[in-house]
Write a protein that binds this ligand. Structure first.
Ligand SMILES: *Cc1c(COP(=O)(O)O)cnc(C)c1O
Length: 489
């Protein structure tokens, strides 16, 4: 696999390039613009750089090659599901009938788009065993917050305002306790047992009249299936609480099992993870929120409904928590997700999950030849390895392994999460990678572990082939420099 550019100079910003009079050398200055834009929108006095088209094209093409994405190589980021994004999804989302819809378009003129939303809503509901989904939340974390707001309103309507606690296992994604705290709940962190699971006895110990919601992921973030999920759900329900399913990563489950059947009352999906929507770098997401029958009226609006052959957005739902995102949320993602669902069909989706699980187990067994894998059993879509023994022996940490992978042309796996595994590497290959790619990744890791024993210094200095080497993470967090300022003259 080719290493990335080893040119360590940072590109100048486009504002800092160019010379007066260079722009528009190809087309005669002013002419095409004037016919294209209203005259009074054109101004001559903006301090914009004068660059030739060629300079601009080279600038952005160079920048595009200085980053790493799923289109560049293997991206085994656990809990993030970085799989191949079929380009046809983007082509469909870019159709002008979708892309040029005005946010205020009346329903009568947007029937096709509303039908997309309706069919996605119905498909997700049947695939995950929920009564209905709201397509309004624009990310997983936002859907979690919306779900907890739904729970608050539900309990308030029932006069159960004493319910102020949310139970979260210690393997949970950080957004779970954060969303609960943002919603004004206090968080009970639950210790996992020796097998990395939630023990129903532990749940019974903490649930009570003050329990609002128990937030879980199944399979959990260790990639392990919670076989006793029914007992857990029963315990929470008997105490009057609600079960929330964090379905950000549905890659192990889709088409094979349904959270609704496991006893969950609310759930969210990250269509940008499971349903092949490009993400990363904080890009636009989509977090549909699904609920069981008793919570449908609380869902965020708008809710898309079908009246005979007509589709419309229903805003008139008095018990709704209201919208959490403006207009149609990230509608283009609904188009991409539906395209993916229809391209695979029910059988295809089940197969996606089966291959994702197969790939993860193939990697797990191979990686166990040279790194500790603390939960040595069949995993689901991801697994965790630990560099703790290696660190004791050589001083090389999970972070050093991650950096060394970058030099070998791979994106690093998630590190130091879940928090309960020391020196954790969390690896999720997804279903879209070939055996050859998985083998190359294993060999790169094997080589790194060997280097740790023979020449650890090399790993402490990695990465050396990327544009930026090791960053000072403390300074980046404490003194972020996020705004461009002109250089002093
Ligand atoms: C990614 C993820 C989230 C958060 O989703 P965002 O869209 O990034 O807000 C929540 N839970 C789990 C398990 C995740 O992997």
């Amino acid at each position: 696999m080719p290493a990335q550019s080893s040119d360590r100079t940072l590109s100048p910003l486009i504002f800092e390039m160019g010379q007066d009079g260079r722009a528009n050398a190809y087309v005669e200055r002013g002419k095409p613009l004037e016919s294209f834009f209203p005259k009074d929108a054109l101004r001559d006095d903006l301090p914009l750089p004068d660059n030739t088209e060629l300079d601009v094209v080279r600038h952005y093409t160079r920048l595009s090659q200085r980053t790493f994405g799923i289109d560049m190589g293997f991206y085994p980021l656990g809990s993030c599901t970085m799989k191949y994004n079929p380009k046809i999804n983007d082509a469909l989302a870019g159709l002008r009938e979708f892309a040029e819809l005005h946010p205020f378009v009346p329903d009568e003129l947007a029937q096709g788009a509303l039908q997309v939303m309706y069919e996605l809503e119905r498909s997700l509901s049947s695939l995950f065993g929920m009564e209905a989904f709201s397509l309004n939340p624009a990310a997983g974390a936002q859907a979690e917050l919306a779900a907890l707001l739904v729970s608050k309103k539900y309990f308030r309507d029932r006069g159960e305002t004493r319910r102020n606690k949310v139970i979260v296992p210690d393997t949970a994604h950080g957004t779970n306790p954060a969303s609960a705290a943002m919603c004004g709940y206090s968080v009970i962190s639950l210790r996992s047992d020796a097998r990395g699971r939630v023990d129903p006895a532990e749940i019974r110990r903490v649930v009570g009249a003050d329990t609002a919601v128990c937030m879980m992921t199944n399979p959990n973030t260790l990639g392990l299936f919670e076989e006793r999920i029914h007992e857990i759900a029963d315990a929470v329900h008997e105490a009057g609480g609600l079960m929330y399913y964090d379905g950000a990563n549905a890659n192990a489950l889709m088409g094979n099992a349904r959270p609704g059947d496991m006893g969950f009352d609310l759930m969210h999906l990250n269509t940008h993870k499971t349903f092949t929507i490009p993400h990363g770098g904080g890009g636009a997401g989509h977090g549909p929120l699904g609920v069981a029958k008793h919570l449908v009226e609380y869902l965020p609006v708008p809710y898309v409904v079908r009246d005979g052959d007509w589709f419309r957005l229903d805003f008139d739902r008095p018990k709704s928590i209201g919208p959490v995102r403006s207009f149609w949320s990230n509608f283009a993602h609904a188009v991409r997700a539906l395209a993916y669902l229809y391209a695979n069909g029910a059988e295809g989706l089940a197969r996606v999950s089966q291959y994702a699980v197969l790939n993860a187990n193939y990697l797990r067994v191979k990686v166990a030849e040279f790194l500790e894998t603390p939960y040595a059993e069949i995993c689901r879509h991801e697994f965790v390895a630990s560099a703790q023994p290696l660190k004791k022996e050589t001083g090389v940490r999970a972070l050093d392994i991650a950096k060394a992978l970058l030099d070998r042309g791979f994106m690093a796996p998630t590190v130091y999460f879940p928090l309960i595994v020391p020196e954790c590497l969390m690896i999720e290959p997804t279903e879209t990678e070939s055996k050859e790619t998985l083998d190359e990744f294993v060999e790169a890791l094997r080589e790194i572990v060997a280097a740790a024993k023979s020449n650890p210094q090399e790993l402490f200095e990695a990465p050396v082939t990327t544009v930026v080497g090791r960053v000072d993470e403390t300074r980046a967090a404490r003194q972020p420099d996020l705004r461009w300022r002109p250089k002093p003259a």
